[in-house]
Design a protein around this ligand. Structure first.
Ligand code: COA
Length: 153
């Protein structure tokens, strides 16, 4: 197995693997169709981490500079704790710099310890909570953001 991870934009050929990672990762996964729709939305950008030709993880965002909202991120179970999410965020921060975006927003389930630890490590701070935001199962959301000084991304 190669150690090299390439980060590329999502294309249709990745979506089968992505949909599998998605359904393995979330109690309320996005339907596969949503990933095809993302490809058609001009304000969305996508990052797919590939090990050889296999999808190891993905990140999807919506941009409205200076803001970027992270809509989805997941890493394949067997690829976790190998800095794949960190690599996806590095690619995102490079992209944001080129787009003139320096504010990042996301939300997560209150019980999602690994994601909370990841976002805190990246410098995100908790802005608040949204009661019963998620369904299946019902759960509060933690709202987080990261604001970087322009030029210091
Ligand atoms: N427990 C505690 N902290 C964790 C963790 C875990 N299981 N996984 C990641 N972290 C934190 C650590 O601070 C880690 O830094 P360290 O390795 O120096 O301790 C940091 O995140 C970076 O880890 P990384 O290896 O880049 O993360 P990852 O590639 O394993 O991906 C998730 C992290 C959250 C994306 C992954 O666990 C995942 O796909 N989970 C299911 C989907 C999901 O919850 N997505 C987020 C929705 S809001």
């Amino acid at each position: 197995m190669t150690d090299i991870i390439n980060i590329v934009p999502m294309s249709k050929q990745h979506i089968g693997q992505i949909a599998k990672i998605e359904s393995d990762s979330f109690a309320d996964p996005w339907a596969g169709q949503i990933f095809y729709e993302v490809l058609r939305v001009p304000d969305c950008a996508t990052f797919v981490a590939l090990r050889s030709e296999s999808v190891a993880g993905y990140l999807i965002l919506r941009r409205t500079p200076p803001e970027i909202e992270i809509l989805n991120i997941a890493v394949k179970e067997s690829e976790r704790k190998k800095n794949i999410a960190t690599a996806l965020f590095s690619a995102l921060f490079e992209y944001a710099k080129a787009q003139g975006a320096n504010e990042f927003y996301l939300e997560l389930r209150r019980s999602n310890g690994p994601a909370l630890a990841l976002y805190k490590k990246l410098g995100f701070e908790i802005d608040g909570y949204r009661k019963n935001y998620y369904e299946n199962p019902k759960e509060d959301a933690i709202l987080m953001s990261l604001k970087l000084k322009t030029g210091k991304i």
